[in-house]
Ligand binder design. Structure first.
Ligand SMILES: [Zn+2]
Length: 269
């Protein structure tokens, strides 16, 4: 394979890995923020349930005290009946007693309704409590993960950046390297990748056919000094003869592993 192209394949693997590492770095605080928002929401629901329960308790205390008041009033009215002198007075008292009894009955109905609401708010409180526990644990896990990703990815970025600079310098210095590198930079900037493996008469990046003549040039030995591009997407094509003869994998371990990385990254993207 053309030496520049071979280097560009490795460079692409590095670039894709750097992209993945940086995306993960940017994603980490967003994931923490989302976990924080989820916990805040659960906490708000729990606070609302607690507040509703308190409100019902206060309401029932006042209803109970109203009932007590009315019972006292009824007792007083009955005493007055004992000393009543006229029929009109008795009728008026009876009317008042009936009115108070109806009030008590209404208050008791309301109290029952409040207890039913309390039951519902209790269930909501239980659900919200569990949600707070769950989202708190998730938030802690997300924070730990973010710290880990930040540390390991920053270290990996630094390492790969160093290798990448060395490799780019190496390509630039080689014959026709500068042109190849600038083509790679231009296409990868526009399309995400600049080189693409030609497999089975196709460009593996855009899936379009490679014309027979170009395929022959690409896979032949006499064009090692040339770099062929895909006529559809413009990516620089490389062809790996070892793909057709897996038994003959020998030298070029670095390239092979770089290709494996590049492939796995491409399939992930
Ligand atoms: Zn293509």
């Amino acid at each position: 394979m053309n030496a520049n192209l071979e280097h560009l394949v490795v460079l692409q693997a590095q670039d894709l890995e750097l992209k993945r590492l940086r995306e993960e770095l940017a994603e980490a605080p967003r994931r923490v923020a989302a976990a924080e928002a989820a916990r805040s929401k659960a906490e708000a629901l729990l606070a609302a349930a607690k507040q509703a329960l308190t409100k019902e308790e206060v309401l029932r205390r006042s209803q109970e005290s109203d009932v007590t008041d009315r019972r006292g009033k009824i007792a007083r009215l009955r005493k007055q009946m004992d000393s009543a002198t006229s029929a009109a007075q008795i009728t008026a008292l009876e009317h008042e007693i009936k009115f108070s009894e109806e009030s008590i009955s209404k208050l008791e109905d309301e109290e029952l309704a409040s207890m039913e609401r309390t039951e519902r708010f209790d269930a909501e409180k239980e659900t919200a409590t569990k949600a707070v526990e769950k989202t708190t644990a998730a938030l802690e896990a997300e924070r730990a993960r973010a710290a880990e990703v930040t540390q390991s990815n920053n270290a990996a970025v630094q390492g790969i950046e160093g290798e990448r600079q060395t490799l780019r310098a190496q390509i630039k210095e080689s014959d026709a390297g500068e042109a190849a590198l600038s083509t790679y930079d231009r296409i990868s900037k526009a399309k995400g990748t600049g080189v693409s493996e030609a497999i089975d008469h196709k460009c593996s990046a855009c899936q379009m056919m490679v014309r027979p003549q170009r395929w022959n040039d690409l896979t032949g030995r006499e064009h090692d000094h040339e770099i062929f591009t895909c006529e559809t997407c413009g990516r620089m094509l490389f062809w790996d003869p070892r793909r057709d003869a897996p038994g003959s994998w020998a030298a070029g371990e670095r390239l092979a592993s770089a290709k494996a990385v590049a492939k796995s990254l491409e399939s992930r993207a």
